[in-house]
Design a protein around this ligand. Structure first.
Ligand code: KIV
Length: 275
C-alpha cells in the first residue's frame, strides 16, 4: 500500500513506530522499499555519502532532483520525501515555494523536508498552502554547521531545550505533517513527542520519538569516514562488498571468471572459416 501523509499520521495515533531510511538511487530505493519501510528520504546527506563533500552545503537543486527522480522510479510503497538543499529556501518564502514545487513536479517526491524552526515557519506555511506536504527538521540541522561551529547535540541547556520546544510547536502550527529531531537529548525528544500531535522522527534522539530515520550507508557500515554515536551497524555490508571485490579480482586473475555458465556460445564451424 502506498504510504501517505495520512498513513504516517495514523501510525502516530495508533502508536505504530514510523520507519524511514535514506536512498539516493533506483537500485537502493527498490531494495529499501521492498523491505516495507514506511518512508524513504532523499536526504541532502547525499552530498557526503554519495558525492564525498565534507558537509551538505554544496548540494544543489539539480543534484536533489536527479537523485529524487531515480529513487521515485524504484519506489512503489514508501512515502518519498526530498530534502530542500542549502539556499533553496533560506533566501525567501517565494524561493521556498518554487523549489519545493520543483522537487514535486520534476523530482516526483510526495513531500519535501527543510531545516529550521520558528524562523522558517512562514516558509513551511507557504509551501503547505501550495499543497505540498512538509517534513520539518530541527535540533542539529546540518545546513547550519558553520553557525553551530560543528555537528553538535542541541537542546542541552535550559534555553536550548526551550528553543527546541518552541521550534517544534512553531513547525506544527505552520502545517508540517512530521518533524525530524536530530541529535537531541532523548528525554527532551520524548517530552516534545508527547506534546505534538504530528509525528516526530528521531535520529540521535532516542526511542521516545514516534519513528526513526537512518542513513543507509551508516546502518550497513558502508561509510567509514566516521561513525556518529547514534548509528547502529545492523550489518557489515561494507566488509561484504570488499570481500566480493577481492574475490572478483582473484578470479579474474586466475582465469576462473568468467566460467562456462557466463559465456555466449558460437559454432566452431564459424570460428573455423574466419580469415
Ligand atoms: O539528509 C539526511 O539524510 C537527513 C537525515 C539525516 C535526517 O536529513
Amino acid at each position: 500500500m502506498k504510504n501517505s501523509v495520512l498513513t504516517i499520521q495514523k501510525q502516530k495515533d495508533e502508536h505504530d513506530k514510523i520507519t524511514m531510511l535514506t536512498a539516493y538511487d533506483y537500485s537502493m530505493a527498490k531494495l529499501i522499499d521492498s523491505s516495507g519501510v514506511n518512508s524513504i528520504l532523499v536526504g541532502d546527506s547525499l552530498g557526503m555519502v554519495m558525492l564525498g563533500y565534507k558537509d551538505t552545503l554544496s548540494v544543489t537543486m539539480e543534484d536533489m532532483i536527479h537523485h529524487t527522480k531515480a529513487v521515485c522510479r524504484g519506489t512503489e510503497n514508501a512515502l518519498v520525501v526530498a530534502d530542500m538543499p542549502f539556499m533553496s529556501y533560506q533566501t525567501s518564502v517565494y524561493d521556498a515555494v518554487c523549489n519545493a514545487g520543483r522537487l514535486i513536479k520534476e523530482g516526483g517526491a510526495q513531500a519535501v523536508k527543510l531545516e529550521g524552526g520558528v524562523a522558517f515557519a512562514p516558509h513551511i506555511r507557504a509551501i503547505v498552502e501550495a499543497s505540498i506536504p512538509v517534513v520539518a527538521h530541527i535540533g542539529l540541522t546540518p545546513q547550519s554547521v558553520n553557525a553551530f561551529g560543528g555537528f553538535k547535540v542541541q537542546g542541552k541547556t535550559m534555553e536550548g531545550a526551550q528553543r527546541l520546544l518552541d521550534d517544534a510547536r512553531a513547525v506544527e502550527e505552520a502545517g508540517a505533517f512530521c518533524v525530524v529531531l536530530e541529535c537531541v537529548p532523548a528525554a527532551l525528544a520524548s517530552y516534545i513527542s508527547d506534546r505534538l500531535s504530528i509525528p516526530t522522527i528521531g535520529i540521535g534522539a532516542g526511542a521516545g520519538c514516534d519513528g526513526q530515520v537512518l542513513v543507509y550507508q551508516d546502518m550497513l557500515k558502508m561509510f567509514s569516514d566516521y561513525k556518529p554515536k547514534f548509528v547502529k551497524h545492523f550489518a557489515d555490508i561494507g566488509q561484504g562488498m570488499k570481500d566480493a571485490f577481492a574475490s572478483y579480482i582473484s578470479e579474474v586473475k586466475a582465469g576462473t571468471f568468467p566460467s562456462h555458465e557466463h559465456i555466449f556460445e558460437i559454432s566452431e564451424d564459424i570460428i573455423g572459416i574466419l580469415q
